[in-house]
Ligand binder design. Structure first.
Ligand code: CP3
Length: 344
């Protein structure tokens, strides 16, 4: 069997063409997603394996990307820990209980994924059958720090005041929360791997709000606990932190295969900091897809050229694709990567 170029690139093996996929590739910019979303709530879609599988496949068919990523949300295991979760249009996620003290932390469970979120593993099993060797399937989880930010703030935040108060004023409560989340994430990712996820990505969306020193003290140990606890059996681990430029020297110490970077740092500079032992993923600015399609070639060429400085490169955006993006522009980007990223 010829190995998938995405998995080869994760392992820093030679590839024919630079592989490409897009964070949030299954989502609101696709009319075929909107059609299904028009009839179902977001959480219903996450919890119905057939629907989750269907929308996961949409960008694979429409864009010709080199990997599928499971349609779900990083907050699914948070709900399973015992925090009520709601999504209202335009408001982002809202959690029904703010965790602020030791009693609150003690009330949270470390859920058994097979019991609490069986729909996630079922979607993975359906997808492996339907993908039938076409492209590999990526599973994912939020990193402990980012999940803690939602659990403590009760939703998206700007300055993370509650979370930082907890960190600085009640560090033992913070640490017991982080340990519980890390244990939850280990079980959750291992269940995804056992169900058939062929790579996993850890999203640390809010890590960039920490100073490098605080990142090493308050976030990194728990991400390390997660990565060290995985039954990987050859499954590559990708780590994405948004706004990561100042954190790369810490992130590169993790036993991960791929460092995914946001668009704020040029990829050749990131390669210099990370060094040759890890592949890089990224990092075109998602707003560059608002250029006319004929300009997108230049944007792709620049990222590919800088990516040559990495020991291996997986093309992606530097963060999720934005809902107002024209799908034709995303297609133009994928096509440009496959044309300009040819190695043989
Ligand atoms: O990448 C993919 O295509 C896989 C699916 C995926 C979703 N969310 C689907 C989604 C993944 C990997 C995520 C991860 C996620 N969820 C993150 C980390 C990644 C990142 O972007 O940094 C975060 C922070 C969340 C929490 C979350 N979920 C937010 C902030 C939002 C947006 C709220 C809004 O209305 O803008 C969501 C909702 C969400 N997750 C949507 C999708 C397709 C939109 C839901 C809808 O259809 O209304």
């Amino acid at each position: 069997m010829t190995e998938f170029r995405f998995l080869k690139a994760c392992r820093r093996e030679p590839v024919d063409v630079t592989p490409v996929w897009i964070m949030r590739q299954a989502g609101r910019y696709l009319p075929e997603y909107q059609k299904i979303r028009g009839k179902n709530s977001f959480l219903t879609m996450c919890k119905t394996p057939e629907l989750a599988a269907q929308v996961t496949l949409q960008p694979v068919e429409r864009l010709g990307v080199d990997a599928a990523i499971l349609f779900s949300d990083i907050l699914i295991p948070v709900e399973a820990m015992g925090v009520p979760l709601e999504f209202h249009d335009g408001k982002g996620p809202q959690l029904g209980k703010a965790i602020r003290g030791q009693k609150d932390v003690d009330s949270l469970a470390v859920p058994d994924p097979a019991e609490k979120v069986p729909f996630v593993m079922e979607a993975i099993r359906i997808l492996r059958k339907e993908l039938d060797g076409k492209v590999p399937l990526i599973g994912f989880s939020g990193a402990p720090f980012t999940l803690a930010s939602y659990i403590v703030e009760g939703g998206t935040s700007k300055n993370f005041v509650q979370l930082k108060k907890l960190m600085y004023q009640a560090p033992e409560v913070y640490r017991s929360l982080m340990s519980k989340i890390a244990k939850t994430v280990v079980l959750y990712l291992n269940a995804q791997i056992a169900a058939g996820a062929q790579a996993v990505q850890i999203f640390d969306t809010w890590a960039g709000v920490l100073t490098p020193g605080d990142y090493e003290e308050y976030a990194l140990p728990y991400t390390r606990q997660v990565v060290s606890g995985l039954n990987r059996k050859g499954v590559p681990v990708i780590h994405f932190a948004n706004d990561c430029a100042t954190l790369l020297t810490a992130i590169k110490t993790l036993p991960i295969d791929v460092v995914a970077v946001d668009w704020r740092i040029p990829l050749d500079v990131a390669a210099m900091v990370v060094g040759p032992d890890k592949a890089l993923q990224g990092n075109m600015d998602p707003t560059m897809l608002f250029h006319p399609p004929e300009k997108i070639d230049d944007c792709v060429r620049d990222v590919l050229r800088r990516g040559e400085k990495a020991s291996s490169h997986i093309f992606n955006l530097g963060h999720g694709i934005l809902p107002p993006t024209n799908p034709e522009h995303a297609i133009a980007m994928v096509e440009a990567v496959h044309r300009l990223g040819r190695k043989v």
